[in-house]
Design a protein around this ligand. Structure first.
Ligand code: SAM
Ligand code: SF4
Length: 345
């Protein structure tokens, strides 16, 4: 057996290898056998169901200035919007009417929604018999606790990069230590906790990506979202090169092999860079897709990067297209909340 085959077999059975071996798997020419191994583990551990999460991007206002993101507060060219609580609930009930079992509320860090108002929104959505995921950035532990008490089930907060120096360089006024604190608070408070990284961000090395995988494992992340960095006008990285989709597929496959139980979406950014992103992502270990259920007039305005929201026409088509890809792969649509299935602990 070749060395790479041995490494893949070890990963398939033990779901653990050292950093040096991860680097080998990230850089080797052979990708098909890594993708196939991830697909096999996905099928054995989380099954053939693909869970649809209804994404509502409820505000494009943000007080942060992350170097890569079009929503950064310093991007004065961006036309901003924020939804009223009533509008958020309307979007959520529309998603529920389409049969979706999870609502994901995402926004920039917009301090104009108080925790109290956010708790009321969460409570109202929980009354629709769905799981609620939040992705609204860094908060105090006590605020995460209040939102959990109001019924929030899950939280997405990417570490973006687990390299402290790179993280601090890309996030003025923020700190790697606080990001990590947030993630461990979320875990301790009982959230299903999602994290992930940007792939191909300037300054990132393969070694750092290998460390990202080790970071996810140490955190025992329940969900991992990864996508290519896409340069965005109006940001300090607008002239940089973007991330490569092949490296994203490699990272997704290794994530499935390394953390077999995670829920892992095909991210929107991947769909923007690869026309067949849904199909290819689902074949590299993914088991989640997040259709955009926000208000159509605002989808393009949540302009994290160029191209976002352009392929979304109407909701029904969006969901039908997703189902077509899923069924063509012989997979099915999840009918329950699609929480993390713990099989190894
Ligand atoms: N504000 C929250 C936060 O940062 O956690 C949630 C919203 S933020 C827009 C969601 C994700 O978008 C970030 O975690 C980041 O990885 C991703 N993102 C931002 N700019 C991007 C870009 N230029 N290319 C690809 N992904 C990007
Ligand atoms: Fe704001 Fe999130 Fe964009 Fe950073 S990544 S600027 S916190 S929306």
């Amino acid at each position: 057996m070749q060395e790479l085959d041995v490494l893949i077999e070890v990963l398939k059975s033990k779901h653990d290898i050292d950093k040096e071996s991860i680097v080998k798997l990230l850089t080797c020419k052979e990708s098909k056998s890594i993708y196939a191994a991830a697909d096999e583990v996905r099928s054995c551990v989380v099954g053939k169901e693909v869970h649809l999460r209804g994404l509502i991007e409820f505000s494009s206002y943000c007080c942060r200035t992350c170097f890569y993101c079009g929503l950064r507060s310093a991007n004065s060219t961006l036309k901003r919007y924020r939804l009223e609580p009533k509008e958020i609930l309307e979007c959520a009930s529309r998603a529920v009417a389409y049969g979706l079992k999870t609502i994901v509320l995402q926004s920039g860090e917009d301090k104009s929604y108080s925790i109290n108002v956010l708790c009321k929104i969460v409570q109202a959505i929980k009354g629709m018999d769905v799981a609620v995921t939040l992705s609204i950035g860094e908060l105090k532990r006590s605020e995460y606790a209040e939102l959990k008490k109001a019924g929030a089930d899950r939280y997405l907060l990417r570490i973006e990069t687990s390299n402290e120096n790179l993280y601090n360089g890309l996030h003025p006024g923020m700190s790697y230590k606080n990001r990590v604190r947030c993630l461990y608070d979320l875990k301790e408070l009982g959230y299903e906790t999602g994290t992930g990284c940007l792939i191909g961000i300037p300054g990132q090395t393969i070694d750092m990506l290998a460390e990202d995988l080790l970071f996810f494992k140490k955190l025992d992340a329940d969900m991992i979202g990864m996508g290519p960095f896409i340069p965005c006008d109006g940001t300090p990285l607008e002239k940089s090169e973007g991330g490569k989709v092949d490296l994203v597929y490699r990272m997704m496959s290794l994530t499935r092999l390394f953390l077999p139980e995670v829920n892992m979406p095909v991210t929107t950014a991947l769909g923007v860079k690869d026309y067949n992103g849904y199909k290819n992502g689902l074949m590299c270990g993914a088991n989640v897709i997040m259709p955009n259920m926000g208000m159509s007039e605002y989808k393009k305005m949540y302009a994290i990067y160029p191209g976002k929201g352009e392929s979304i026409n109407n909701m029904e088509n969006q969901i039908e297209n997703i189902k077509k890809v899923v069924f063509e792969l012989g997979r099915s649509i999840g009918v329950d909340y699609g929480s993390r299935r713990k099989t190894t602990k």
